[in-house]
Design a protein around this ligand. Sequence first.
Ligand SMILES: [Zn+2]
Length: 130
Amino acid sequence: MDSINKLFDLAKQTRLNAYAPYSNFKVGAAILTSGGKFYTGCNVENASYPCGTCAEAGAVAAMIADGETEIGEILIIADTDCILPCGNCLQKIAEFGHKDTLIHSADTKKVVKTQTLKDLLPQSFVLKEK
Ligand SMILES: [Zn+2]
């Protein structure tokens, strides 16, 4: 199985665990690190709306908790035409990715678009050059 198929399957499965009782908009994410490890996340809403977290944030947290720090690719899936990371998540991806990090957008059937971090966030806030 190539990496994009595994990313898709992992994100799709993780999306099912999303906690989204307020929006009913479930999102899943899966990261493949540059070292070949996979991590997943899903959105977690809260009655106090700003406390909620995005799927990408969960996947990044799982990656960091396991000692990995470099995103190679990330896939985001939702039941919509073309899900994209929000601005906060693009900045999170920029912290651990690079300009050519692949960001795959998927609906529940297939990957519908692949872009790079540079495409979606051409200028990010950085304190150190990579
Ligand atoms: Zn986000």
